[in-house]
Design a binder for this molecule. Structure first.
Ligand code: G4P
Length: 528
């Protein structure tokens, strides 16, 4: 197969949802279609069990086995589908944000009864900012839930999407009879007893055909006709370009648990979802069809076994062919590196591969050379953009609890921050170190890992910070100097040496912006 053919058969995407909406179940069913797993349940390992918020040993256990499930790949209708796993737990939201920099599209799963939930709102906002093409899957149609039209309204309003239903439910919960597949003009009937068989659906071009009444009953047939008429008159028609530009979002209905509506979703997805997309770097736009290799690290996974300290850096290939043992430039270090055992991911396994193509993820063994955001090329000096740090939600001073182990502590902190576990800030006033995280859980993880992997001990001290704001320097030198003098106690540097203002409330941010209008405050580290 030629390079272009390889590239064009790849679809790399992520599934996002609020915990419990059915992401894991859907992933499992998708893998079944690819024949990639023998039995459902294999993906479950990667899930943090509910109610275990403080049980981070569980996370440790799962971190250990989730390397392979970080990327799940399978072949369906000759397409190579790469699913990038995104942690559902909100304390790992930043990990999910970063994974979204490596996907070419996403599927959003929504629970029909719960509707749009908080975590979904946050994640979709990031996708919209990046104009990532989105397909929505409304799950659990076998349960009583919200009215389909109300739900579509909610998706439009809360998520800011412009939707076009490509399937429509016939009843729901106890009365759920199936779906009408608008995309393929087929009727697909639901049977809860028959979870294992996937029906191809019945061709049904024209719902005014009286045969519909015989199949689903007069009442349901009439309701469906009325509802479809409404769908056609209210919602825009599907348009591939608008979907690819992130301006229009197709919606499917189904029940992942019952493997119902999943094939319809996958069939449409493989047809419309984008092939590997070009990516902006600090010097130019890199097209995926370019023959020279480029790629970037979006995730680093530490080996939890202290006897094997190596880490796995996950690289998304943007352009060219990644070849085993070929020399590539690690742009930040300015060093050429060769990789003798790059891993590719398939179903729930990983294996060494000789070649990978744009859209693929390779796992590289790393002894501490990589950090998140690093770029690999064949020699060109460029850095991919779009892996910003977001303001943490929690802030604590970190204190060394064992004076003999200061070196180990700093080395450990340094490496954990490269992995993206949390963000480290250094106070301008006194050089004290501050750790910022998205969730409180990370503090436990850091403490545990410092002790077990680096032999260092630390304690924490809370600091009431609302948001870390990256400060954009201004031409107004006087005002900037005044800002720095007055706010001295609240200024810190991030790991890249960028200036950060630690605001204790949104009111403070507002007041500061009013007082120093030329000083721009940003809640992400990358701003235009
Ligand atoms: P998540 O990864 O998004 O957190 O969700 P997950 O797939 O684990 O699904 C959450 C719960 O919802 C699971 O039940 C799962 O079986 C159920 N579920 C998923 N899809 C459907 C569906 O289409 N219909 C119905 N009725 N339920 C669905 P659980 O009891 O919490 O977990 P488990 O004991 O089944 O593992």
């Amino acid at each position: 197969m030629s390079f272009i053919e390889e590239l064009e058969r790849r679809r790399t995407f992520g599934i996002i949802s609020h915990p419990d909406a059915g992401k894991t179940t859907l992933t499992e069913k998708l893998l079944l279609f690819g024949g990639a797993i023998q039995e459902a349940g294999a993906v479950k390992n990667n899930k943090i069990k509910k109610g275990a918020t403080s049980d981070f040993m569980e996370i440790e256990r799962q971190r250990g086995i989730s390397v392979a499930t970080s990327v799940l790949a399978f072949i369906y209708k000759d397409k190579k589908i790469n699913i990038l796993d995104t942690p559902g737990h909100k304390d790992f939201a930043e990990d999910t944000f970063r994974t979204l920099t490596a996907v070419d599209s996403v599927i959003v799963v929504i629970d029909v009864a719960k509707g749009v939930e908080a975590q979904t709102e946050k994640l979709v906002a990031v996708c919209r900012m990046r104009k990532i093409p989105i397909i929505v899957f409304i799950n659990k149609m076998d349960r009583e839930g919200k009215d389909a039209f109300d739900l579509l309204d909610e998706v439009e309003q809360k998520l800011g999407l412009r939707v076009t239903p490509l399937s429509f439910p016939i009843g729901m919960g106890y009365d759920f009879k199936g779906i009408y597949n608008i995309w393929e003009k087929k009727l697909n009937l639901f049977s809860a007893e028959n979870k294992q068989t996937i029906s191809e659906g019945i061709e049904f071009d024209d719902v005014s055909n009286p045969e519909l009444d015989t199949i689903i009953g007069d009442a349901a047939a009439n309701t469906l006709r009325e509802e479809l008429e409404l769908v056609y008159s209210v919602y825009p028609k599907f348009n591939l370009n608008e979907y690819l530009k992130g301006d229009l979002q197709p919606v499917f209905f189904g029940s992942a648990l019952n493997n119902f509506g999943v094939k319809e979703l996958l069939d449409c997805f493989t047809e419309i979802a984008p092939t590997p997309q070009p990516k902006m770097s600090d010097t130019r736009l890199v097209d995926s069809k370019e023959e020279k290799l480029t790629g970037f690290v979006f995730k680093i996974h530490a080996n939890m076994d202290p006897k094997h300290r190596d880490r796995l850096a996950f690289v998304k290939i943007v352009s060219g062919t990644f070849k085993r043992n070929a020399p590539y430039l690690h742009v930040r270090n300015g060093k050429k590196m060769k990789f003798s055992s790059p891993n590719a991911f398939f179903a729930e396994k990983k294996e060494i591969v000789d070649e990978s193509f744009p859209g693929d993820i390779v796992g590289l063994h790393d002894t501490g050379n990589f950090k998140i955001g690093d770029t690999l090329t064949e020699g060109e000096i460029l850095n991919f953009k779009g892996i910003p740090s977001f303001s943490p939600e929690h802030f604590r001073y970190v204190n060394n609890a064992d004076p003999m182990k200061a070196k180990q502590l700093y080395k450990g902190l340094d490496q954990l921050m490269d992995e993206g576990v949390a963000q480290l800030f250094t106070m301008e006033m006194n050089g004290r170190k501050l750790i910022g995280t998205v969730g409180a859980l990370q503090y436990e993880v850091i403490q545990y890992r410092l002790e077990h992997e680096y032999g260092a001990k630390c304690t924490y001290e809370n600091l009431p910070v609302h948001k870390a704001c990256w400060v954009e320097a201004t031409d107004n030198k006087e005002e900037f100097a005044e800002f720095k003098r007055v706010k001295q106690r609240y200024l810190a540097k991030d790991k890249e040496g960028k200036l950060v203002f630690l605001a204790d409330s949104s009111f403070t941010i507002q007041m500061t912006e009013q007082k120093y209008p030329s000083v721009k405050l940003h809640t992400t580290s990358e701003y235009e």
